[in-house]
Design a protein around this ligand. Structure first.
Ligand code: TRP
Length: 451
């Protein structure tokens, strides 16, 4: 069965749509807590180096595979070479793992929005507020159910177009508001120390984990190594400049992540009274820090409500696209009808998300590999599966279809300026690098070595 593929209109249409899917909780929630945890400036530096080399090469590859075949991941790999369809299937696992726990964080966002709207923003600024909230037995699950229900409703009713339209206004507003909050934060007394921590690389803090963390974050944030950019590429017209588009998506995604870090990391310094262990909080960092910022500013209650509403939008657009992906994978595989598939995905994802949601309270005794359940799913997708998919993609391109196939696709629309960089990264740098990182990280997680 072949389906007509509509293309994005105009030259900027593709970049906007792909960047819209890439920008989400990855930038606002995940990037800042990783930067804080892995040494600030050194994490930033490693991330930037990876983004302009590895990220760029992989982004170009995925978009080109999509545009060349006109298919999403599973079909695309099969069309290029029947024997390697399994790469598509493995990449399809990633959104299946991410969607449930993404919804847990989405639920936290709805909770904070609710509290700010009903004027309880100041309470949320309390020191232990976040930890008490996620340790409760029922509340986090309730908010998870609301977020995942909302996402499913939008997908079921097929009103994604409306959400996309609204996000054209909401996303720029979010960027502007984030910029405003950042400026407010960094001029506060005590913030400078945090700004320096965030932008000055301290090489003594460099570890293998810094690289692993930065690499996983890059995949996650740019929606790479999970087939998503292949799908976007399949909708791209042949005359749109592929290389420039890849660069623009990266620039936008990285720029916004940088800004989010600048908003949150220095704020940790302002309110922690010099307690650096606050930097190590992990997934809760944004939720425990930002209410304090809002509490300290005039009209903070209103600004906080507006901020969490906009974040909810960014999270919803990503969650919708994640759910859509999962639904279409199952439809392709099992030929179920769409409504039934949506309901099954809703139910399945909710059940899988439950342990992540309760992992900080009722189920905190479950500690796979010494992590919380949410961190565990996050680790499996970002630090294990995505590097594996990225590695297989590199090997597939360099050994099976050859890099020339990608280069030719890029050159359909423009000269390929960074072709040399692309070839060297895909053939040599990336595969060697991923194997090293992957092996050491898994050994570390198992407790066999300490890095
Ligand atoms: N990149 C998105 C973010 O930064 C998260 C994400 C991961 C995503 N995989 C996706 C979004 C697939 C849409 C589709 O939040």
């Amino acid at each position: 069965m072949t389906k007509e593929r509509s293309s994005f209109s105009g030259k900027v249409g593709f970049v906007l749509a792909a960047a819209g899917s890439a920008v989400g909780l990855g930038n606002l929630w995940r990037f800042p807590y990783l930067a804080a945890k892995y040494g600030g400036g050194i994490f930033l530096l490693v991330y930037l180096i990876l983004a302009v080399t590895f990220g760029f090469a992989l982004m170009v590859t995925e978009i080109a595979i999509g545009r060349k075949t006109g298919l999403s991941a599973i079909g695309a790999y099969r069309k290029l070479n029947k024997k390697y369809a399994f790469i598509g299937w493995i990449s399809a696992l990633v959104p299946i793992i991410i969607f449930p726990y993404y919804s847990v964080i989405g639920g936290w966002v709805v909770k904070y929005l609710f509290e700010f709207v009903r004027g309880q923003g100041s309470a949320a600024a309390g020191n232990d507020y976040f930890n008490q909230f996620i340790a409760e037995p029922v509340q986090p699950v309730l908010w998870l159910a609301i977020f995942i229900g909302l996402t499913a409703l939008i997908v079921l009713l097929g009103v994604e177009k409306g959400v996309e339209k609204a996000s054209k206004i909401m996303m720029p507003t979010l960027v502007i508001l984030t910029l405003g909050i950042t400026i407010y934060t960094i001029v506060q007394p005590g913030a400078w120390e945090g700004v320096l921590y965030y932008i000055t690389p301290d090489f003594s803090k460099f570890t293998v984990n810094t690289v692993l963390g930065a690499m996983g974050q890059m995949f996650y944030s740019m929606s790479l190594a999970m087939g998503i950019m292949i799908t976007y590429g399949s909708y791209m017209k042949k005359d749109v400049n592929l290389e420039t588009s890849a660069k623009q998506i990266e620039l936008f995604d990285t720029g916004f992540a940088f800004l989010a870090g600048l908003m949150i990391v220095p704020a940790v310094f302002i309110f922690s009274g010099g307690d650096e262990s606050q930097l190590n909080q992990g997934p809760g960092l944004m939720f425990s820090t930002l209410p304090k910022v809002f509490d300290s500013m005039p009209l903070g209650g209103v600004i906080g409500a507006a901020f969490f509403l906009l974040v909810l939008f960014a999270a919803l657009t990503s969650a919708i696209s994640l759910m859509e992906t999962v639904v279409s994978i199952l439809q392709v595989r099992f030929h179920w009808n769409r409504k039934l598939t949506c309901l099954l995905v809703l139910l399945g994802a909710f059940l899988i998300a439950l342990p992540s949601s309760l992992g900080y309270g009722a189920l905190s005794f479950i500690q796979p590999l010494g992590m919380s359940v949410l961190d565990f799913f996050d680790f499996i997708s970002n630090s294990v599966l995505m590097p594996i998919v990225a590695l297989m993609t590199c090997l597939f391109v360099s050994l099976v279809v050859k890099t020339q196939l990608i280069s030719d696709e890029v050159k359909l629309s423009s000269p390929f300026k960074r072709e040399k960089l692309f070839v060297v990264v895909i053939r040599y740098v990336a595969p060697v690098f991923i194997v090293l990182i992957l092996v050491s990280s898994v050994m570390n997680a198992m407790g066999w070595i300490t890095i």
